[in-house]
Structure formats: structure tokens, C-alpha cells
Design a protein around this ligand. Sequence first.
Ligand code: 0O2
Length: 229
Amino acid sequence: MDFSLDYFKKQIQKFEDGFFGIIHKSIEPAQKLLSYYRCALMEVETKFRVLDEEFSFVHERNPIDNIKSRVKNFESIRKKLRQRRLPVTVNSIEENLHDVAGIRIICPFVDDIYMLADCLLRQDDITLLEKKDYIAQPKESGYRSLHLIIEIPIFLHNEKRHMKVEVQLRTIAMDFWANLEHRLRYKKDIDEETAKKLSVELSACAETSAALDLRMKNIRDSIENKNAL
Ligand code: 0O2
């Protein structure tokens, strides 16, 4: 029999995984909380759909190409809390995580992003908790998007709750890059040197993609203002 430290660690992990598996299914408060996050996402999505509808009526084009949303699953929530050495409890989820509810707004052009973010943040039921502008200051990887952590009220049958939602706004080109980069990042069997070269290449692709965004915007401006490029 193998009674090494590794063996015991694996047994404890197995027990914990089983234990939390049972808890996940049976804990009603946690399921309720996730349902509140889903409600918050519905509220935020409706706000963006209203803005898109109004803008398209006035300007004859849509500032939103696509909307995606998701509530983090229990396993990812637990993993994140554990990585940060935080308690895996319902209170801890609400207090410590800001991306349980996430919505991604994909826009045709960069200025649509800032226009939509401004319109959302001007609404009097929205509180901005945090803003990260990875378009003005891209991440080292080349990642670009505007991130907002907001708080929005949801109205339940007998109470009003304020829920946190992470809003990521990006262009079609930024989304294309982020999706592919995310998939490639998890590819295994790549040695360190190749991984470094690929990171440089991916970062260069992000620059190309940003340049494309700018050129497309110039074409749009030229069409709208009937100017030559
Ligand atoms: P998923 O599955 O997309 O939700 P935290 O949000 O707490 O994890 P931090 O540093 O505050 O930590 O968040 P950050 O970096 O502002 O934003 C995190 C999210 O932005 C990520 O979520 C990704 O969706 C996206 N993101 C950030 N950097 C990159 C990047 O280099 N490449 C890609 N493709 N996406 C990025 P998660 O948690 O990774 O997962």
C-alpha cells in the first residue's frame, strides 16, 4: 500500500470533492443566490437591449452585435475561493467574488463600447464598483476589453437585493482574439520556449486586430460623413 503524503492528500481531496458535491446539490441558499445572479443578468441584459433598440432607431445601426451571459458554476466558484484561501460559503461568495454573474457585450466599433458604458453608468439604479479599461491599457497578453463591476437591484416578491455583475464590453475583433487566445492558452504539451514565442505572436496579433478596429471605424466615419478616407 502507498501511504505517502501524496496518497493522503489525494484521499482528502477525494473526500472534500465528494462532500462538496453533496453539499452543492442540497444547499438551497447557494442555489437561491445563483438564481439571484441570473435575475441580475436579466436586468442588465434588458438595459443593453433597450439602449441598442433606441440607438438603432435614431442612428439606423446597432451598437451591439451580440450579448453573451453566464453564471459561474459551483465548481469554478469553489475553485476560485479555495485559490484565494477564502471560506466556501454563501456569504463569502457574495462578499468576495465579483464575477459570479458575467455579461459580455460585443460591439462593432470601439466608440460603441464607451457610449454604451456611459449610458449604462448614467442610469440611477446602477452603481459602479470598479472599472478596468484594458482598451486604453491592454494587458501584457494583448487582451483588450472594458470591464465594469456594477451593482444592480433586483426586485423579489418581498425584498430588494443589490447584486454584483461583471460587464465586459469589447469589439468583434477583440472578442475573436480573446476567444482564440483563451483556447490556445489551455493547449498542453507546449514547451516553455515555444510558449514564450507564441505569447509574443499572440500579442502582435492583438495589435493587428486593434489596427483593424481603427481602420473599420475610419471607413464607417467616412461613409457616415461622406468624406474621403
Ligand atoms: P472566465 O471564464 O472568462 O470568467 P478576477 O476577475 O477576480 O479573476 P482580475 O484580475 O480582477 O481577477 O480580473 P481581470 O483580469 O480584470 O478579468 C478577468 C476576466 O477577463 C477573465 O475571466 C477573462 O474573461 C478576461 N481576461 C483577462 N485577461 C485575459 C487574457 O489575457 N486573455 C483572455 N482571453 N481573457 C482575459 P476568467 O476568470 O479568466 O474566466
